[in-house]
Design a binder for this molecule. Sequence first.
Ligand SMILES: [Fe+2]
Ligand SMILES: [Fe+2]
Length: 175
Amino acid sequence: MKTENEWRQDPEYVSLVKDLLEQPAVKRLAHYKQHHHSNRLQHSIAVSFDSYKLAKKMHLDYKSTARAGLLHDLFYYDWRTTKFNLGSHAFIHPRVALRNAEKITHLNKKERDIILKHMFGATMAVPRYMESLIVSMVDNYEAEHEFFGPLRKKLEQQKKVVDWHATPSKNSKKI
Ligand SMILES: [Fe+2]
Ligand SMILES: [Fe+2]
């Protein structure tokens, strides 16, 4: 997403996920930190919206992509501190998200697959649908972007200050 609120300008996208965004179970995601600079709700919307746009461009099922993308991380624990006996976080949380998603909406086969296989690469669960592959790839991209994006911005600002100090003659002329 170019900006945090870009999705609000797309009425079709909003109409597809509005009922889910109104659910307390989805709103609650805002209380959980995801990738250092984002909360889980912001992350889920970003994954959902970018996946929806890609699916639409590719003439795929963008409705299922938008809805399941939004629910792909519907779990309520801090994955940095909570550990499981049954398996890794990468293995467990898609199952937890699927169970929680089924409590708030009906999911079709594709939506179930999207949620369950979104950790493809980290787990051996191979996506059955192109839409599932899109969400898993966008999820990976967003994780990197959310983590490094603000850091990159900070470095760019610092570089500008350094550049400014490194060229005093040029700057003094401006003054
Ligand atoms: Fe996830
Ligand atoms: Fe995610």
